[in-house]
Ligand binder design. Structure first.
Ligand SMILES: NC(=O)c1ccc[n+]([C@@H]2O[C@H](COP(=O)([O-])OP(=O)(O)OC[C@H]3O[C@@H](n4cnc5c(N)ncnc54)[C@H](O)[C@@H]3O)[C@@H](O)[C@H]2O)c1
Length: 279
């Protein structure tokens, strides 16, 4: 989608990090915005950063809840009559070894990171098809959706799921001849609020990994060390939408790790750990 001016963007996770920067840059490109997050105050803070005159619709929405996402789609079409660019971006992260990851964590992370994207596709893609105009869906996965670093299998499972879900969706839309493009965003570490995801954990899923300390520290250090900013990720993402790139790999240095993983699979050898951890 070359020309974003006057079109409608829907952004989940719009209260912080990538979602906030996508909102700022979509608004700068002349888009109208439907901004969704479970953090209403954070959405307000995002709106305060937008250029004067930006048309917005703000909505509290928990993407793990299909009814919330359906209500978001209804409200978006009620207000703007269309949606051209959907960012299924809301996400959370936890750390710790697989064997002590709690069932609450499996439920929380998979429901937000994977089912949140599923809900976005189920509520918006049929409406985009009915509106009959070109549209684009960007699903936020991660480098952790392309390789398998130790430290959070639940996060990796959710993000690998988003990558394959996006690939399947792309193929199905092409086979059916529909004018909807798909991208999957796969960044490595970027300083945002993702290391403080506990703020988003629902009270009913409070049981946390008792052995998370080591990997939590590693993750926080890695996130803090990220050289690209959330604004860089938003800029790279919008460029990729304009040029219709499917895989958005914001940190090209991870390509070596992807290649090593693919080679491990093809040669049926033991998986290589390409993430060097401080021990
Ligand atoms: N920052 C990184 O290093 C990094 C790297 C790769 C991928 N990602 C992914 O990028 C996406 C955005 O994360 P970020 O880095 O901007 O983190 P962030 O914590 O700054 O932003 C995440 C946003 O999602 C919202 N959110 C969380 N749970 C929600 C729910 N159930 N319903 C609706 N909103 C919810 C939060 O309130 C927050 O506003 C996530 O999917 C994350 O997994 C981040």
């Amino acid at each position: 989608m070359q020309d974003l001016n006057g079109k409608i963007a829907v952004i989940t996770g719009a209260a912080s990090g990538f979602g906030r920067e996508l909102a700022i840059q979509c608004a700068a490109a002349g888009m109208k915005l439907a901004l969704a997050d479970r953090d209403e105050a954070g959405i307000g803070a995002t709106v305060a950063l937008l250029p004067a005159g930006t048309e917005t619709m703000e909505r509290r929405c928990d993407v793990s809840k299909p009814d919330d996402v359906e209500a978001l789609a209804e409200a978006t079409y009620g207000r703007f009559g269309a949606a051209h660019l959907l960012f299924n971006n809301a996400g959370v992260a936890v750390s710790g070894p697989t064997w002590t990851t709690t069932l609450d964590e499996w439920k929380w992370v998979l429901d937000v990171n994977l089912m949140g994207v599923v809900h976005g596709i189920r509520s918006f893609v049929p409406r985009m098809l009915a509106q009959g105009q070109p549209a684009h869906v960007v699903n936020t996965a991660s480098a952790a959706g392309l390789v398998s670093p130790p430290g959070s299998s639940v996060y990796c499972v959710s993000k690998h799921g988003v990558v394959t879900l996006s690939e399947c969706l792309h193929h199905e839309l092409r086979i059916a001849g529909h004018p909807i493009d798909v991208s999957v965003l796969c960044p490595a570490f970027v300083p945002t609020g993702i290391g403080e995801s506990e703020r988003n954990r629902p009270a009913e899923l409070a049981d946390s990994n008792p052995d998370s300390a080591f990997y939590t520290e590693v993750l926080k250090k890695a996130i803090a060390s990220g050289k690209l900013t959330a604004a860089d990720i938003a800029r790279i993402t919008l460029d990729a939408v304009r040029d219709n790139h499917f895989y958005i790999i914001t940190h090209p240095t991870i390509k070596k790790a992807i290649e090593v993983r693919m080679q491990d699979i093809l040669e049926e050898r033991q998986p290589t750990n390409t993430l060097r951890l401080p021990r």
